[in-house]
Design a protein around this ligand. Structure first.
Ligand SMILES: Cc1ncc(COP(=O)(O)O)c(C=O)c1O
Length: 434
């Protein structure tokens, strides 16, 4: 079957995510037949470099032999069993290893990122309820933050395009100014700006801590805001404020966990530990939907009682799916055996060298990089810029989806020198053409 036939059938049968379906008339979806390493391949054999890791999920390439083998092995044992009333080796081993890595325990599993957000929000509220602090029902998050699209997650998200229409359905939450260093004054350092931004959080908490259950943030990088990066001092200070005001700190590391920012978890760079850690996306190397929330023992203990109602009775049918857990265990094995964090450091340094001509381009501003994320903003970009850039990049075999006027790269960690060169060269050419 040809690319065109699949495009026509998908438009008839599938409602695509985050898409105005009518726009597919002009920008049809890529019909992907298979993947190989960092590459996506269509039905006519055309190859596209997956420079954004398929929505930030893929860590070790498509059709990775080691992850494939783990899933195939698991398939012959048990594909799925409900986790209420049963348990299995993959979920136990994964929970143990995540606890060792994060210093937080009792992994509670969901499927997608948004379900992890929901779990953390509910757990926080329920903890305070179990402690008799019945008024602690509110949440505070950052302006331009993104935590998913289900109603609870959307309530703490601050992206007008996704949120405004659903306002009548959402809980009231509070947003404080983002520490995004692009918002700093001229001559103001990222660190100085982070101190200024945290002041607004302190003002809020000093007034509203009694009615606030938790603060939720994306540590170091606000992805959907256009890879907005900020100084770790914001998180260090936020941890202190949360301790002082008795408010939980939820780290949404759904996008930035598993090495994206250069450390296994981004919060490590602020020398802190959150009360709740939300993980998803890269957890299975981009293979299967899995998310989880880890928490402190003291929080877990507040639910441990004879009464069922004090327990956390939340569930999803596929909670702790064994295939997904085996994929995640294979991912953690690769991190260990291949010294991925170390390797990524030299890859990142090399890509920064290759990007030098892009950085020097007169249309490029606010060039930023942390770990395996790069982004810059394009001057004089009109409303159609991101679509035009996306389409033009595809013609050169590069799969990129700018956010507004922000072009970003978030490649799989298996990216090679020649592929990094392609990303840099095509980007430079497009900046000249568009
Ligand atoms: C920081 C963050 N939180 C939550 C989510 C939601 O995850 P999912 O799309 O898997 O529901 C995302 C997705 O991009 C995200 O970047």
């Amino acid at each position: 079957m040809s690319n065109e036939e699949w495009i026509s059938r998908t438009r008839e049968a599938v409602w695509h995510p985050c898409t105005q379906m009518k726009h597919l008339e002009l920008t049809p979806p890529l019909p992907i037949a298979r993947g190989e390493g960092a590459w996506l391949i269509d039905h006519q054999g055309r190859r596209y470099l997956d420079a954004i890791s398929s929505w930030w999920v893929n860590l070790f390439g498509h059709a990775n032999p080691r992850i494939n083998a783990a899933i195939v092995d698991q398939l012959a044992r048990i594909e799925h069993v409900m986790l209420a009333g049963c348990t299995h080796a993959p979920v136990v081993e994964l929970s143990e290893r995540l606890a060792r890595l994060s210093g937080l325990g009792h992994a509670f599993f969901g499927s997608d990122g948004a379900s992890a957000t929901e779990i953390a929000l509910k757990m926080s509220f329920h903890f305070w309820h179990n402690r008799g602090r019945l008024h602690k029902t509110g949440y505070v998050s950052l302006q331009n933050g993104y935590h998913g699209e289900t109603l609870g997650a959307l309530s703490v998200t601050d992206v007008a395009l996704f949120k405004d229409i659903y306002a009548p359905l959402l809980r009231q939450t509070h947003q404080v100014v983002s520490p995004d260093w692009r918002l700093a004054e001229v001559e103001e350092s990222a660190e100085a700006y982070a101190w200024r931004a945290i002041g607004q959080m302190e003002d809020f908490l000093s007034e509203c801590a009694d009615t606030t259950a938790a603060v939720i943030v994306e540590p170091l990088v606000q992805g959907a805001a256009g890879m907005a990066m900020y100084h770790p001092i914001y998180l260090t200070r936020l941890r202190e404020l949360c301790d002082n005001y008795e408010v939980h700190l939820i780290a949404d590391e759904i996008a930035v966990g598993f090495g994206r920012t250069g450390t296994m978890f981004a919060y490590e760079q602020a020398s802190i530990r959150p009360d709740f850690l939300c993980l998803s996306k890269g957890i299975t190397g981009g293979y299967l939907p899995l998310s989880c929330v880890l928490t402190r023992d003291e929080i877990y203990a507040a639910f441990y009682a004879d009464s069922s109602a004090r327990g956390f009775l939340h569930s999803h049918s596929y909670t702790g799916n064994p295939l997904a857990c085996r994929a995640a265990l294979a991912v953690l094995d690769i991190f260990e055996s291949d010294q991925v964090l170390l390797q990524n450091r030299s890859k990142a340094a090399r890509f920064n060298e290759l990007l030098a001509p892009v950085m020097a381009h007169p249309r490029v501003e606010q060039m930023r990089n942390i770990g395996m994320i790069w982004a810059f903003d394009v001057r004089h970009a009109d409303a159609g810029f991101s679509t035009r850039f996306h389409i033009a990049a595809l013609r050169h075999g590069l799969f990129l989806r700018p956010i507004g006027n922000t072009v970003y790269f978030m490649p799989p960690y298996v990216i090679e020198e020649a592929e990094m060169r392609l990303m840099a060269d095509v980007t430079l050419q497009l900046l000249q053409e568009l």
